[in-house]
Design a binder for this molecule. Structure first.
Ligand code: BDR
Ligand code: CA
Length: 313
C-alpha cells in the first residue's frame, strides 16, 4: 500500500463546468494529490465528458494525471444529458487534449486505486453514480477500505432541478444512486446546500478579463462563453451555483454542516423518480446510512474558492 504526504483523491466526474471548477481546485491545492479522473456519462455523452476531462488537464498543464473512461449509460434508465453546460458540455478554451485516456475501464481503475491507497483514499463522485455503483458491486467492502465517498447529488430536503423532486445526478441514474446510498455510507452534498454556492458576477468578470487559465475558469463559474462574460452578466440570473465545487471546498475549508440521516432513492418510475426520501424525523426507525449536508456558509465557500484559485491564476 502507498503512503502519501498529501491526501490521495480520485475524482469520478462528468465535466461539465462545475466539475471543471472542482478539478481545478483539487489540482491547485497541495493538501490533495489527484491520482486520477474517472469519467461517466451525465452532463454529456461519455465521449464528450472524457474529452472535457482531458482538456481541463491540458489547460492546467497537468496531463500527468491519468484519465480512465467509464460508463456511457445509466444502469437501468435511458441516457439523457444536461442542457446548461454549453456546446460539448464545457465553456472556456477547451484545448485539444494531447494525451489519450488510459486503457483501463474507470471501474477497474477505481478498484485498483482503492487497493493501492487503502484508507488514505478519498473518492469524490460528482456525476451520475454508475461507475461507483459498479465498483461497489464488485468490491462490497470498498467503503470500509477507503477514507470516504463524497457525493454531489440529490435534493434531500429541498426541491429538484430536473423534475420537481429530483436532482440531475441522481435522476440520471437512480438505480446507481440507490446502490451507493444503501451500501456506500456516503457523505451527500445536494442541492440543499449547493444551490447557495453562488459566485458574484463581478468577481467572475474580473477573472475573465485576465489570462488563461483564469479566463476559462471564469467561463466555468458562470456557465457562459468568454464573449458573454465580456458583455457583462446579469447579476440577477440564478446561474452561478457551482454545485460540484462545494464538495472539495468543504474538504479544504469549513463550509458545510452535516447531519446523519437514513436515505432511500425513489426508483419507482413515477413523478418522483430519482428523488431522495430523507427520514429527517426518524419515522422509519432505521439507522442513518448517510451524512447529509444541510447548511452552507456561502461567504466561506467563496473565500475558499478564490483563495485556492489564486494558486492557479
Ligand atoms: C449536478 O448536475 C450536473 O449538471 C452538475 O455537474 C452537477 O454535478 C447538479 O445537479
Ligand atoms: Ca457533475
Amino acid at each position: 500500500m502507498v503512503c502519501t504526504v498529501s491526501t490521495p483523491l480520485l475524482i469520478d466526474t462528468d465535466p461539465g463546468n462545475d466539475d471543471a471548477v472542482l478539478i481545478a481546485l483539487a489540482l491547485a491545492s497541495d493538501e490533495f494529490d489527484v491520482i486520477g479522473l474517472t469519467t461517466v456519462a451525465g452532463n454529456e455523452t461519455i465521449g464528450n465528458t472524457t474529452r472535457n476531462a482531458r482538456s481541463v488537464l491540458e489547460l492546467l498543464d497537468r496531463t500527468d494525471v491519468p484519465v480512465a473512461e467509464g460508463c456511457g449509460r445509466p444502469l437501468v434508465d435511458e441516457p439523457n444529458t444536461a442542457d446548461v453546460h454549453g456546446p460539448g458540455g464545457l465553456y472556456g478554451a477547451v484545448p485539444e487534449p494531447g494525451v489519450e485516456p488510459i486503457e483501463d475501464h474507470a471501474v477497474r481503475f477505481v478498484l485498483d486505486q482503492v487497493r493501492r491507497y487503502g484508507d488514505e483514499l478519498r473518492l469524490l463522485a460528482v456525476g451520475p453514480l454508475t461507475n461507483v455503483a459498479l465498483a461497489l458491486a464488485i468490491e462490497p467492502e470498498l467503503p470500509e477500505m477507503i477514507d470516504g465517498i463524497h457525493v454531489m447529488g440529490g435534493a434531500a430536503t429541498t426541491t429538484g432541478n430536473v423534475t420537481p423532486a429530483a436532482e440531475f445526478n441522481f435522476h440520471h441514474d437512480p438505480a446507481a444512486a440507490s446502490r451507493v446510498v444503501q451500501d456506500g455510507t456516503p457523505s451527500v452534498v445536494g442541492l440543499d446546500v449547493t444551490d447557495r454556492a453562488t459566485v458574484p458576477a463581478g468577481e467572475i468578470e474580473e477573472l475573465a478579463r485576465g489570462d488563461e487559465p483564469g479566463r476559462s475558469i471564469a467561463c466555468w463559474l458562470a456557465y457562459a462563453s468568454h464573449d458573454e462574460l465580456l458583455a457583462g452578466l446579469d447579476e440577477s440570473r440564478d446561474r452561478f451555483s457551482v454545485h460540484d465545487a462545494v464538495v472539495i471546498a468543504d474538504l479544504l475549508g469549513d463550509v458545510l454542516t452535516f447531519e446523519d440521516y437514513y436515505l432511500e432513492i425513489d426508483t419507482s418510475g413515477g413523478p418522483s423518480h430519482g428523488s431522495v426520501v430523507c427520514d429527517t424525523r426518524g419515522v422509519t426507525g432505521r439507522d442513518p446510512n448517510a451524512t447529509v449536508a444541510v447548511e452552507i456558509d456561502t461567504e466561506e465557500f467563496r473565500s475558499v474558492l478564490f483563495d485556492t484559485l489564486d494558486e492557479l491564476v
